[in-house]
Write a new protein. Sequence first.
Length: 294
Amino acid sequence: MNVGFIGLGIMGAPMAGHLIAGGHSLALKTRRQVPESLVAAGGRPCASAAEVAERSDVVVLMLPDTPDVEAVLFGAEGVAEGVKPGAVVVDMSSISPIATRDFAARLAERGAEYLDAPVSGGEVGAKNAALSIMVGGKEEVFARVKPLFDLMGKTVTHVGETGAGQVAKVANQIIVALTIEAVAEGLLFASKAGADPAKVRQAITGGLATSRILELHGERMIKRTFDPGFRIALHQKDLNLALEGAKSLGLALPGTALAQQLFSVCAANGAGDKDHSALVRALEIMGNHPVAEG
């Protein structure tokens, strides 16, 4: 396919690379310079999002937040200025489900289809083409684009109509945040009580408490490796979507609110750009005890 890819950051660059390796022609645009590795592989840098759309049958977005997506779609020299009738816009960013439905309707007026397809799996999943991809939109449009999803992800699920993918991603981020918090509390308790947190983690990975977060982020907490795979600031954005959505639905999400406050403690102490596993720092500050030295 002729594919456009806009947003070539930590996640987007390796995702675009998989599409090129899969034999697709890629038109590329990002805020800074298009990575040389993608150009060397055959990707074509473009001057604007509109140019990307003009060259593409499918336009993929991988951007930080709702305003970024709106600007790229409908701002000056945006996708909407160049999108072809019948083309598909695939937003793989994590943004507001309400805004998603609005964007889809506005692009439909220009004859374009729309899928919301946020992902989970972080930088590691993006590099290994092992992402979980949650898709909202028309089933027949999903079927057209699925070969691209299969190059980037391991688990690809059509969740439902437009916006359903974003709803699934918000639910995912709630569960991830609360699980990180639970792992952090458990390891902090073990350390303060005098046990080796690394040995405790090893012991409980064989039981009911095991999880990918205990395996990966528990190790980060012990080894103090908080370089971002997924930044706290971005997870805060996702939990804001959850809490705003819950308010509109008349729901209480007390655990989500707690996790958001702990992320805010981290941000207030200069850790907003650290990996979300650094949530443990908020508990360490309150308990005046680190899980491990480092």
